[in-house]
Ligand binder design. Structure first.
Ligand SMILES: Cc1cc2nc3c(=O)[nH]c(=O)nc-3n(C[C@H](O)[C@H](O)[C@H](O)COP(=O)(O)OP(=O)(O)OC[C@H]3O[C@@H](n4cnc5c(N)ncnc54)[C@H](O)[C@@H]3O)c2cc1C
Length: 457
């Protein structure tokens, strides 16, 4: 159905309801009651999952999306036709019992397993860690996580950085090494996973989510196979930037830059960063518990820099290349696409403060800095990349960050508040509303299913 037709149907229905009420038979009323006009805001995993469920129950559903594409933080680039690459989520994390595994099976998606156990770690001078260095790194890792675990029993919450700081005794002979190793663990084990800065992450709640077990798998043809499947048969309106949600009356009015939509129920799947930006106005304003949830949770950063080479120059048998930098957070994690996909492509990650900082740099400066790290490891003679792809999720106005995290002062209860419906008209989904699986693709999907159940109840 075209947008114009849909609006026509909406206005006919509205007219029918308002001026010819007396003519509606009991059967019509029951049908009208059953077949609600529903607007889903956002065509990411959460919105598409919910829209499928709602449409299957016979409701009139339209998904309105600001971008000119579906998927949101699922975004498969086809710039390199022989290797579709994900600029947002890449992996199904933990395939056992993960609802996305069932979807991937349904669409017969080819998947490529990668393993965190399949790695090599290089020290700051670019040499693989000696066995003494490996032992020291493991000692510091154990100390760090023991310290965090103990601090989780404290009455008062504190930032991860502040809690682990005492592990650095300034006068010990290997102070510099300890400092770099500690920063490396903070960056690779914590910031890259949770996307928040160690200066802000809550010691008590940073890891409050759950995980599925089993392998991590990439999609050979990109994560888009899932969002394209979920969007089938749905009416999706692209290029509709929502500005105002007027929910104080029935029907709810959703005002975009070009159109006004009317709905009996609205599902908001706007990313936390967009809600925090205040660029979408709620009329009346959201209640204080909802606002406290929006401001109390954190929106973090994880960015990607894909480098494509004519030929690989790194070890063929590992998935992860790790580097212990001099400065905190610089180019610590790399994924090789050589073993999993037989492609001479490296993916460098940057998270949290450093990830956010370099978004302001030019592409050329980012690639040059990435190459500086690779040259430290593999020598100055390595070839320059033939092409690159770089993300800037914090600067993206329709994401305003990569995914949510629990900062100091936040607890999982805030996510419950964020998810809570307001009356019978306004519902909320999206990864940040998920208590157990926040920050993930499966969390977004599950939140959409949860919201659909609430709307159908
Ligand atoms: C770099 C990166 C790597 C990641 N890696 C993984 C991974 O490997 N595995 C994993 O499980 N998860 C990963 N994630 C997290 C995962 O991508 C997200 O949790 C999930 O895709 C979020 O889905 P969502 O539906 O909640 O939000 P979104 O996908 O962001 O959907 C919200 C939609 O709302 C739209 N929108 C925003 N503003 C407006 C507006 N004003 N009007 C109308 N529409 C609007 C957006 O354009 C978007 O389409 C990663 C995320 C990033 C950024």
């Amino acid at each position: 159905m075209q947008r114009r037709d849909f609006l026509k149907v909406l206005s006919v229905l509205l007219l029918h309801w308002s001026t010819e009420e007396q003519q509606i038979t009991a059967v019509d009323a029951a049908r009208a009651q059953r077949n609600k006009r529903i607007v889903v805001i956002g065509a990411g995993l959460a919105g598409l999952a919910a829209a499928q469920q709602l449409q299957a129950k016979g409701h009139q559903v339209v998904v309105i999306e600001a971008r000119n594409r579906i998927g949101g933080r699922i975004w498969t680039s086809t710039k390199w036709p022989d290797m579709p690459l994900d600029l947002g989520a890449s992996w199904i994390h933990g395939i056992k019992g993960n609802p996305l595994t069932a979807l991937a099976d349904t669409v017969r998606a080819k998947r490529l397993p990668t393993s965190y156990d399949n790695y090599i770690t290089y020290n700051s001078t670019g040499k693989p860690l000696s066995s003494a260095e490996e032992k020291r790194l493991e000692e510091i890792r154990t100390q760090l996580f023991d310290t965090l675990q103990k601090a989780q029993n404290n009455d008062k919450d504190d930032s991860i950085r502040h809690v682990v700081e005492p592990l650095l005794a300034k006068n010990e002979p290997s102070y510099l090494q300890t400092c770099r190793f500690l920063n490396f663990i903070l960056s690779s084990d914590i910031e890259q996973e949770y996307s928040g800065s160690a200066h802000r992450l809550s010691t008590q709640w940073y890891d409050s989510g759950k995980e599925f077990s089993g392998d991590d798998v990439l999609f050979a043809n990109g994560y888009r196979v899932i969002t394209e499947y979920l969007a089938r048969n749905l009416h999706v309106e692209l290029g509709q930037v929502v500005q105002t949600i007027d929910w104080g009356q029935s029907p709810v009015r959703i005002v975009t830059r070009t159109t006004t939509f009317l709905a009996d129920q609205v599902l908001v799947t706007l990313p936390l960063g967009v809600l925090q930006s205040g660029k979408v106005h709620f009329v009346p304003a959201l209640p204080s518990t909802k606002q406290a949830a929006i401001t109390g949770l954190g929106m973090g950063v994880l960015n990607k820099c894909y480098l494509r080479f004519a030929k690989a120059f790194w070890p063929a048998n590992v998935d992860w290349l790790e580097y212990i930098p001099v400065m905190h957070g610089e180019w610590v994690e790399w994924v090789s696409f050589l073993r999993a996909a037989n492609m001479p492509i490296l993916l460098g990650f940057n998270a949290a403060d450093y990830g956010r900082e370099i978004e302001a740099w030019s592409d050329q400066r980012i690639v040059a800095r990435a190459m500086q790290t690779l040259k430290t490891i593999y020598g100055p003679g390595i070839p320059e990349p033939i092409d690159y792809q770089i993300t800037r999720w914090a600067a993206d106005p329709f994401a305003a960050g990569s995914y949510s995290f629990n900062p100091v002062g936040a607890s999982p209860a805030l996510r419950k508040d964020l998810a809570k419906p307001l009356g019978k008209q306004l519902f909320f989904a999206g990864e940040a509303t998920e208590q157990d699986y926040f920050g993930t693709a499966h969390g977004a999907y599950l939140s959409g299913l949860r919201a659909a159940r609430e709307m159908l109840a």
